[in-house]
Design a binder for this molecule. Structure first.
Ligand code: GTQ
Ligand code: FE2
Length: 292
């Protein structure tokens, strides 16, 4: 298909066990999809009530424009297009650009409140901010422009570049490791300290060479992109082997543990989850093997 004729070129990662009306689902609240744009193509500007994020898989020279801010995409970057933000994508590079889309479509659909509008009159929205303006505003940890205010319920940082993520993971203290997730960082809203969006939190974690985490379970569901390395995750009794660029899902309330198969190379997983939604509702639950 050509992007001239369709809204987006997307493969939905459908969970056939979730029977939803109208839209497919990957978990009860979230979807995952792979999007592709070819050199010269645009995916036209629109906005919608479902919140979205992108985890970049492959390519260079393409951007997502969110609320007039162009964010250039590189593999491993996280880019936000929060609820009701106008967004379009354009590939100005020489090769295909692929990324993983994450949205809370099933949640918003269940509330029967999916609103959607094309950007009026144009395929792409005008650039109204400097390239990657939000990254300039939050260029150093703990610092923000004094002359800056923010009243939205999502992060004022639109792009979280892979370089910062890798640097932060590499600098992480072993004493901050989790028994269930090894070295894990949250992508957070620098304005509030909270999750990047009100319904979806994002994480990056390093499973150190030879790591084998303890098992636990929680009722939030998590969708993973394998950024580096190879290993497997045991979900209940089922072993899911994974390697770079794979996508896998841990459904809510299933026991899981992660294993890095390499004795010498670290593995890095990027993930998103509906944890903030469940926390807000006061129904987030977690337990480990010992029932704690
Ligand atoms: O890129 O704007 O996978 O609106 C589903 C809906 C991607 C997008 C999806 C969307 C988009
Ligand atoms: Fe969209």
């Amino acid at each position: 298909v050509s992007t001239e004729n369709v809204e987006r070129r997307v493969l939905g990662l459908t969970n056939p066990g979730l029977k939803k009306t109208g839209h497919f689902a990957t978990t009860p609240n979230l979807v995952a999809a792979i999007q592709l744009i070819l050199p010269g193509e645009t995916a036209l500007a629109h906005h919608h009530t479902p919140a979205a994020l992108r985890i970049i898989i492959e390519g260079e020279g393409a951007y997502t424009c969110t609320n007039g801010e162009r964010c250039w995409m590189e593999p491993g970057d996280l880019i936000l297009t929060p609820a009701w933000s106008y967004h379009d994508h354009k590939n100005e590079g020489n090769g295909p650009m692929l990324w993983l889309d994450g949205l809370d479509v099933p949640l918003i659909d269940a509330m029967d409140t999916i609103f959607f509008e094309l950007y009026p009159g144009k395929r792409t929205q005008p650039q109204t901010q400097a390239d990657q303006a939000s990254m300039a505003r939050f260029a150093a940890p703990g610092m923000r422009p004094a002359n800056f205010s923010w009243d939205k319920n999502y992060s004022p940082l639109t792009k979280y570049p892979w370089k910062n993520m890798v640097q932060a993971l590499d600098g992480m203290l072993a004493s901050d490791a989790s028994p269930y997730d090894d070295l894990r960082l949250e992508y957070f809203n620098p304005h509030t300290g909270g999750p990047v969006m009100s319904t979806i939190a994002c994480y990056a974690q390093k499973l150190r060479a030879g790591a084998h985490t303890q098992k636990h379970r929680h009722n939030n569901a998590t969708i993973y992109h394998v950024f580096r390395g190879s290993g497997y995750t045991v979900i209940d009794e089922q072993r899911l082997d994974w390697s770079e660029r794979d996508v896998f899902v841990i459904p809510g309330w299933h026991w899981h543990e992660h294993v890095n198969l390499s004795a010498s190379a670290d593995a890095v997983l990027i993930s998103y989850t509906d944890e903030p939604l469940l926390r807000t509702l006061g129904i987030l639950r977690e337990e480990n093997d010992a029932g704690q």
